[in-house]
Design a protein around this ligand. Structure first.
Ligand code: ADP
Length: 183
C-alpha cells in the first residue's frame, strides 16, 4: 500500500511524478484546479487533451505535463461526478476516478502521485463524503504507486482528509493503536 499524506497547497507546485487534474469531459481545460493546471502547463496541455477524444465521468487519461514547474512528468485527467444528491451513482463514480487514476499511473510508470479533492469544488460533492471515498479507494486499490499526496486547497478539506487517513490507520489489521481515542 502506498504511503499517503494530506497536505495544504497548490497542486501546480507539486513535485511528484504525476499530478491529477479534476478535468471536465472535453479535456480542453476549464475552471478551478483544471484552469490552474492548464495555465501552469501551457497551451500544449489543451491541445494534447483535445487529441484524446474526451473522457467519461469516472475514467482517467494521461497527457505529458509540458511546462509545469517544478517538472512533473504526467498529468492524469479524471472527470469526477457532478453532485446531484447522491442517488445518481456519484459515490461509485468518484471511487472509480481514484481507482482509474492509480491504474493510469501504473500504466505510465508514475511512482508518486498528487491528487486534488476531485468533484468537491464546482461539481459540489460534499467534502466529508468525498474524503472518505478518496482515502477508502486509495487504500484498497492494488498499485505500484509508492507515494500519494492529497493536496487540499483549504484547511477544512485538509483536516477532513487527515481525519480519514488517521481512521484508516487505526482500523487496519496492523493498525496503529495511537490512531484510536483513549478508552
Ligand atoms: P470539480 O469540478 O471536480 O469540483 P474544482 O476545480 O472546482 O473541481 O475543485 C476541486 C477541488 O480542487 C476543490 O476542493 C478546490 O478547492 C480545489 N482546488 C482549486 N484550485 C486548486 C489548486 N490550484 N490546487 C489544489 N486544489 C485546488
Amino acid at each position: 500500500m502506498p504511503q499517503i499524506e494530506a497536505v495544504l497547497g497548490d497542486i501546480t507546485r507539486e513535485e511528484t511524478d504525476a499530478i491529477v487534474n479534476a478535468a471536465n469531459s472535453s479535456l480542453r481545460g476549464g475552471g478551478g484546479v483544471d484552469g490552474a493546471i492548464h495555465r501552469a502547463a501551457g497551451p500544449e496541455l489543451a491541445r494534447a487533451g483535445a487529441m484524446l477524444g474526451g473522457c467519461k465521468t469516472g475514467d482517467a487519461k494521461a497527457t505529458p505535463a509540458f511546462r509545469l514547474d517544478p517538472p512533473v512528468k504526467h498529468v492524469i485527467h479524471t472527470v469526477g461526478p457532478v453532485w446531484r444528491g447522491g442517488g445518481d451513482g456519484e459515490p461509485e463514480l468518484l471511487a472509480s476516478c481514484y481507482r482509474r487514476c492509480l491504474e493510469v499511473a501504473d500504466e505510465v510508470g508514475a511512482r508518486s502521485v498528487s491528487f486534488p479533492a476531485i468533484s468537491t469544488g464546482i461539481y459540489g460533492y460534499p467534502a466529508a463524503d468525498a474524503a472518505r471515498i478518496a482515502v477508502g479507494t486509495l487504500t484498497s486499490t492494488p498499485t505500484g504507486v509508492e507515494r500519494i499526496r492529497l493536496v487540499a486547497f483549504d484547511e477544512a478539506t485538509r483536516d477532513l482528509l487527515a481525519a480519514e487517513l488517521a481512521r484508516d490507520v487505526g482500523s487496519g489489521p496492523a493498525g496503529n493503536p495511537d490512531g484510536f481515542a483513549e478508552r
